[in-house]
Design a protein around this ligand. Structure first.
Ligand SMILES: [Zn+2]
Length: 301
């Protein structure tokens, strides 16, 4: 039986929000089994917002949670790191409205979690096992989930740029694949859109230190970490958004040019329609794989 996990000790970091540009101090703390991921605004009397699809707020360039008018913004990279390292329970304290962007990927969060250490808890982990397929379409955007024995994600993007074009990346989240193939992939943006986005106040914290910046025919800040880093980052985002179902998933996700709004639409449908899945423990090597990968990465850094 696989058990729930939390971190062993508190860890923290400082950074700025990609969209707000606001300075923020973030601290991750261990949490009791069954609590899930809980965000806490220390600047607002420790107001707490659970990381669940029921609290999803407006979603455009990033995923935000809102409860009673209190906002937590850009949750997807940290939530992705929790899924990738097998953390079920944690408290995330922040003293501002947006999570820090750090280097634009999930790797700094993974490093923090590995530095804190992972602690197995008594309670068996219950997975969301997909029983029936669900497909959502919106124009040329598509996202679907199908039954599977493991958690697999396939993503396709299509940008008219010499370095991107049509790219597909498929990954099964076992054997350390998340840490090796997904966590280091950084967010990206196009220089020709930057001025307009900056004027709308959408990327106040963006810089060449925390995003891949694409010029009309190349890169402003080479090198890439992977030749197909762009589509890998979309996989990272998708995993972080789907974490809002509140469980590890056993299912195969297929997305084509989906984006945060469709990711969270899938979460809402899954939470609303309980005939699509059941809750089950797991007798399998997924969690051991996470730990083997964690040991491997901590040895290499
Ligand atoms: Zn992202």
């Amino acid at each position: 039986m696989r058990q729930e996990q939390t971190i062993r000790a508190a860890v923290d970091c400082k950074g700025v929000g990609l969209h707000s540009g606001a300075s923020v101090h973030l601290r991750i703390l261990p949490a009791a089994s069954g609590s899930g991921i809980i965000f806490r605004r220390t600047d607002l009397d420790d107001f707490e917002i659970e990381a669940t699809g029921r609290n999803v707020a407006r979603v455009s360039y990033a995923t935000s949670l809102m409860k009673k008018g209190v906002l937590i913004s850009t949750t997807e990279h940290l939530l992705s790191a929790f899924i990738g390292t097998g953390i079920d329970n944690a408290i995330v304290e922040l003293d501002n409205l947006e999570l820090p962007i750090l280097d634009g990927s999930a790797r700094p969060f993974v490093d923090m979690i590995l530095k804190a250490g992972i602690r197995k808890q008594r309670r068996p982990r219950s997975y969301m096992r997909i029983q029936r397929e669900l497909e959502l379409r919106e124009g040329d955007k598509f996202i679907a989930v199908y039954p599977a024995d493991t958690y697999a994600v396939s993503y396709t993007i299509d940008f008219p740029h010499a370095l991107i074009g049509r790219e597909t990346f498929r990954v099964e989240l076992s054997n350390g694949n998340y840490l090796r193939e997904i966590a280091p992939a950084r967010t990206f943006g196009f220089l020709h859109q930057a001025d307009a986005m900056r004027q709308q106040g959408l990327i106040r914290g963006a810089s060449t230190e925390n995003a891949i910046v694409l010029t009309p025919d190349g890169l402003m800040n080479p090198p890439l970490r992977y030749q197909d880093e762009f589509v890998r980052h979309k996989v990272l985002d998708l995993i972080g958004d789907l974490a809002l179902v509140g469980k590890q998933i056993l299912g195969s996700i297929v997305a084509d040019r989906a984006g945060h709004a469709m990711h969270t639409a899938l979460v809402s449908r899954l939470l609303r329609d309980k005939t699509l899945w059941d809750e089950t423990p797991l007798e399998d090597s997924m969690e051991e794989s996470h730990q083997a990968a964690a040991a491997m990465v901590s040895n290499s850094i």
